[in-house]
Design a protein around this ligand. Structure first.
Ligand code: PLP
Length: 366
């Protein structure tokens, strides 16, 4: 029997193969490969999709976060409150510009705990970073209100939440700046590295346009030390194609999740829940299990791949040893790291494949 992998990006490609190939050829034949018409068009279309005034295409999600933190003025000595259960890139986006991450625990939906934010505020707090982890939106009206009341900036890491709303507004548009990754496996995936920021602020838009291009807005005039982090024309052309299909792709992910919700029945396994008022676009379908490692190796034997998002929380990562955290500092985050497991979910997974996953999970007696 064929292995069921955690992702099959080829299926995403073949579904719209003719459209992708037409767009790629258009970009290749244009003779213009960096910061041209495709990027400009994608930025307009992505802003319109999210409901933000502006989008700026950048090289990847980490750079989007790093430049967003720089744009709001994060530097040495500034604290940014962020949930402890996130991908390391969220934290690196804070520390690369010199900021200090202040970790708080998530709620049981894996979202930053709004009550914990207020308790973590100090005179050095400059911003809050929200991560819509796995694709479920955080309570943004509440968090926006907390930030406004304390004079804090708000950054959203939307690398896993393309198209997900809180209330009427899409993730990315509640904060001062929303940061997106279009890494190939993301809900809106490119065919290489790519990312973007969205904002309603002309100031932040212009600053990030400058930062992505060596700190220059007029050719060979360098106003500050920037980066080289531009979205390229080929990726922009391909992203424009996938963007036109986001509605059906997101609906499909929700249907896949529903089949798992309805099919998985094993008292050892907890399926993900959606908080009231949130939308979940299922970048990942994350179950929890007390004997997680046994479950993962049992599934592997059955020909089913799984992945752990994430096995080591950033505060215990070697990269952040200098922050001086130790095991036990963030007990719920650490418990999640020991019990979460992401099962296969991707556009194009078949009902037969899903049934194999469901049957294997239901037969687990670990
Ligand atoms: C993927 C991801 C990123 C980083 O995106 P890259 O494009 O890989 O740099 C940041 N934050 C989260 C939550 C992610 O899942």
């Amino acid at each position: 029997m064929e292995r069921i992998m955690t992702n099959r990006m080829d299926r995403g490609y073949y579904r719209y193969q003719a459209e992708y190939e037409e767009a790629a050829l258009r970009a290749l034949r244009s003779g213009w490969y960096i910061l041209g018409k495709e990027v400009e068009a994608f930025e307009k279309e992505y802003a319109a999709y999210t409901g933000a005034k502006y989008a700026v295409g950048v090289g990847n999600g980490l750079d989007a976060l790093t430049m967003a933190c720089r744009a709001i003025g994060i530097g040495s000595g500034d604290e940014v409150i962020v949930q402890a259960n996130t991908y390391i890139a969220s934290v690196m986006g804070i520390t690369i510009p010199g900021g200090t991450p202040v970790f708080v625990e998530p709620d049981r939906y894996h979202r930053i705990d709004a009550d914990a934010i207020e308790k973590a505020i100090t005179p050095r707090t400059k911003a809050v970073m929200v991560v819509h982890l796995y694709g479920q939106t955080a309570p943004m009206d509440r968090i926006r209100e907390i930030c406004d009341r304390h004079g804090l900036k708000l950054i959203e890491d939307c690398a896993q939440s393309h198209g997900a709303h809180w209330g009427e507004k899409m993730s990315g548009t509640w904060g001062d700046i929303g940061c997106f990754s279009f890494y190939p496996s993301k809900n809106l995936g490119a065919f290489g590295d790519a990312g973007a920021i969205v904002t309603d602020s002309e100031e932040y838009r212009d600053r990030i346009r400058r930062l992505r291009n060596y700190g220059s807005s007029v050719r060979y005039h360098f106003e500050e030390v920037g980066m080289n982090s531009r979205l390229d024309e080929l990726q922009a052309a391909l992203l424009r194609v996938r963007l036109t299909h986001m509605k059906e792709l997101t609906e499909e992910r929700k249907e896949i999740a529903k089949r798992y919700d309805q099919g998985i029945a094993n008292e050892r396994i907890e399926t993900p829940e959606i908080a009231e008022g949130a939308e979940h676009v299922y970048h990942q379908y994350v179950i929890r299990c007390g004997s997680r490692d046994e479950l993962a190796s049992y599934l592997k034997e059955q020909g089913i791949d799984t992945i752990i998002h994430y096995p080591i929380p950033p505060h215990l990562s070697e990269a952040y040893a200098y922050l001086g955290h130790k095991k036990g500092d963030l007990p719920f985050t650490e418990e999640l790291a020991d019990t979460v497991l992401s099962i296969p979910i991707y556009n194009g997974i078949t009902e037969e494949e899903q049934q194999r996953v469901i049957d294997a999970l239901n037969a687990f007696r670990g």
